[in-house]
Design a protein around this ligand. Structure first.
Ligand code: GUN
Length: 295
């Protein structure tokens, strides 16, 4: 069994990105600039956005963090996104999800200029991805592809079972794994809360991608010997043995599943750091795009 080490792969990719940023700066004077919007103070969102801003600094990107109280109206938030669209110094925009209940996430995402949609959530980005056209890929699936590439894991012809059908992970993952590309050409089954006989399907899987948001959901009896397991879950559970009283676990029961696997991602330090790499790569690409002039 080999651990797919997200921190290690991310370090390699970040070194490459630093070199590319230096080259961009010296050839064009341009510094990639990511603007992040955080509404409220959800601790997990705070941590994710904090990592993204910190990584920008590490790579020599500029970043702007705009924080708003949960009381912000949908209309005001739409206007804040529009201002970032029109700000030619901003290359990439991310709005950290989830948003408060009174704000329709689609309204906000649909407002982001697709040329700055470095999270790859806009319908134009998702549509282009589905059609195999060049676009910003959603950061987590993109990060998983980068991880597979790094370890030379070829999924062509393999049966991949994706658990969870979210717009930001599960659904795009099925499209990317099955596309005629590299990595790609897998046979994919998408499982969700209404799937019958989930275990029968996962036991047929060469690759399992768990993105369901339930701690230790994938257990050893669901995994066949030699499978590759990608764990996208980040769940905080109580743990009185820890000083903080809690710890992070994935969607996979790592301790019992890992001995069965050929490869497995841990949580933390698996997919998480790769998501940030996906975002940073998209932001660098966005910085290379010409900016429209708004009057
Ligand atoms: N919430 C959970 N994951 C993500 C992500 O990748 N991007 C944004 N914007 N919000 C998230």
């Amino acid at each position: 069994m080999q651990i797919l080490d997200g921190t290690l792969v991310a370090a390699h990719i970040k070194e490459q990105l630093k070199t590319e940023v230096d080259a961009l700066k010296s050839s064009t004077g341009k510094t990639p600039h990511l603007a992040a919007i955080l509404v409220g103070n959800n601790p997990a969102s705070e941590a994710y956005v904090g990592h993204k801003v910190k990584t920008c600094a590490e790579l020599g990107f500029e970043s702007t963090l705009l924080r708003f109280d949960t009381s912000i109206s949908q209309r005001d938030l739409v206007n804040e996104v529009r201002k970032l669209n029109e700000d030619s110094s901003v290359d990439g925009i991310l709005v950290q999800l989830p948003l408060p209940d009174h704000i329709e996430p689609d309204m906000i995402i649909n407002t982001i200029d697709p040329a700055k949609d470095v999270d790859g959530f806009h319908p134009i980005s998702q549509g282009k991805m589905m059609l195999g056209q060049p676009t910003f890929l959603p950061a987590t699936p993109y990060g998983i592809l980068l991880m597979l590439e790094h370890y030379n894991i070829d999924v062509a012809g393999k049966h991949c079972v994706v658990i969870g059908r979210s717009n930001i992970v599960g659904t795009p993952m099925t499209i990317l794994l099955s596309r005629n590309g590299k990595p790609g050409n897998a046979t994919v089954t998408l499982c969700h809360s209404r799937t019958r006989n989930l275990k029968d399907l996962t036991l047929q899987a060469d690759v399992i991608v768990a993105a369901i948001g339930k701690p230790k959901f994938v257990t050893a009896d669901m995994v066949r010997e030699g499978a590759i397991v990608i764990d996208v879950g980040i769940n905080r559970i109580d743990d009185p043995t820890k000083k903080s009283g809690s710890r992070l676990v994935g969607d996979v029961d790592f301790d019992n599943v890992a001995p069965l696997c050929s490869y497995i991602t841990p949580v933390p330090k698996g997919v998480g750091p790769m998501t940030i790499c996906g975002l940073m790569k998209n932001t660098l690409e966005a910085a290379k795009l010409p900016k429209p002039v708004y009057n």
